[in-house]
Design a protein around this ligand. Structure first.
Ligand SMILES: [Zn+2]
Length: 432
């Protein structure tokens, strides 16, 4: 990372902020902020194909740690939104619209009122509803998951109660930039300790007005891929294990939805291990890293002393069409030409004037998330990736020349990330 790039990352949002003009939002709370939390176990009861590595052809073999869906609903004066954190890899571009539709219809929600996200664990089931291409066990699992999502959101609605909120930030070294440079200058998937990372652990504490803890949301930028294609055990990996730890320590039914920040090029410090190493005296690396992140979440949570009545809610949703990369042209056939653009879904919400949430249906590289955070008119902005769809990797323009895995995998043309940053900031500024 060079000084110029740091300057660019820091200075560009300031310029953007200036060009968007003054922010003016109404002050005060028109109503009482309420929140409802719920959690449901989604550990597969049958062997399933696992998400993320095409080389893995056989079924899962047992469970290391349970998978959950954690949901929270915020409501104030009739305005509301639902945040869903799922311990799976991805809802995928085919399954997402089906599940989204069922949730929106069941609870009479607008598109802007649902953040359906995953933690991107690569030790969780691949989802499918397609009888031609999907595995029967995975299709059965996905149908059950769809029902469980409706159940957990219903419970979260039932649990709505007045709350106070507080925000704190910490820092964690669990995620590392993974774009390692080989001696010949090419970029490979590995560990680049000198590369840019977003170390922020952003925690929102939710408590009853009498101070009783109810839940905590947190956001951290890392892939949940400490386990590689040889692992066959079900696990939430880093982010899932961290949430399990935080809930165990905070106890008393406190539920902690966790979100993967801008982590497209961020992997756990120990990555692609063959399996959970359980030799005596050894803490398996995924557990070690999940615990380390979880400890920081608990530390930040406990350091949040002041909670306040929260504030008004406002939400917005937009899809922007970004140009498809030219190198993808050879995948087009006269019979089936590829669309010229790829959709990016952006979902934004605010609570009061200090906290905002921005969801993206892409694997956004960390530089982009940092740019949005620093350009956001809100003091604290949760970046939620793998949210409301799946359009793949979104790299910043300056990395295209360097190459590497995320660049060869992306379908987006150079410049797409600038469109996404600009639109997301515009939406944040325009929230009522
Ligand atoms: Zn990924």
């Amino acid at each position: 990372m060079n000084v110029k790039r740091i300057f660019f990352v820091i200075s560009f949002p300031l310029i953007s902020l200036f060009s968007f003009g003054q922010v003016s939002k109404p002050e005060g709370n028109a109503g009482i902020l309420r929140a409802g939390f719920a959690k449901i176990d989604i550990t597969p009861s049958i062997p399933v194909k696992l998400y993320g590595y095409s080389s893995r052809k056989t079924y899962s073999e047992g469970t290391h740690d349970p998978l959950s869906v954690r949901a929270v609903i915020f409501e104030n004066n009739g305005k509301k939104f639902v945040l869903v954190s799922s311990d799976i890899g991805s809802y995928g571009s085919e399954v997402f619209p089906v599940i989204q539709k069922s949730i929106l219809e069941k609870f009479n929600l607008k598109e802007s009122e649902l953040f359906l996200s995953t933690i991107h664990s690569h030790s969780a089931p691949v989802l499918s509803l397609n009888a031609e291409t999907g595995d029967p066990n995975n299709i059965e699992y996905t149908k059950t998951l769809q029902q469980k999502l409706l159940t957990v959101i219903r419970e979260a609605f039932d649990n709505l109660r007045p709350v106070h909120t507080g925000i704190g930030t910490g820092s964690s070294p669990v995620g590392s930039n993974r774009r390692e440079m080989r001696p010949d200058g090419s970029i490979t998937l590995g560990r680049n300790p000198y590369g840019i990372t977003d170390k922020e652990v952003l925690v929102m504490k939710i408590a009853s007005p009498d101070g009783t803890p109810v839940g905590a949301l947190y956001d951290y930028a890392t892939h949940s891929t400490s386990l590689g294609p040889h692992n066959m055990q079900i696990s939430g990996d880093i982010l899932g294990l961290s949430a399990q730890f935080v809930e165990k320590i905070l106890g008393n039914e406190v539920i902690t939805p966790v979100f993967a920040g801008a982590s497209g090029n961020i992997d756990p410090w120990y990555r692609v291990l063959p399996e959970f190493n359980n030799e005596p005296g050894w803490i398996p690396e995924p557990v070690l890293l999940g615990t380390l992140l979880g400890e920081e979440v608990v530390h930040v949570y406990r350091s949040i002393k002041g909670v306040n009545p929260g504030g008004e809610i406002s939400t917005a949703f937009a899809t922007i069409e970004c140009p498809r990369r030219k190198v993808e042209d050879n995948k087009s056939t006269p019979d089936q030409p590829l669309p010229a653009t790829i959709p990016v879904n952006i979902t934004v919400a605010r609570i009061g004037n200090d906290v905002a949430f921005v969801g993206f249906n892409v694997e956004m590289l960390t530089e982009i998330g940092m740019e949005i955070k620093s350009g956001s008119p809100y003091k604290h902005t949760f970046i939620i990736t793998h949210c409301n769809g799946a359009s793949g990797y979104l790299p910043p323009a300056e990395l295209y020349k360097e190459g590497g895995y995320e660049i060869s995998a992306t379908r987006f043309e150079i410049g797409s990330s600038d469109m996404v940053v600009k639109k997301a900031l515009r939406m944040l500024y325009d929230l009522e």
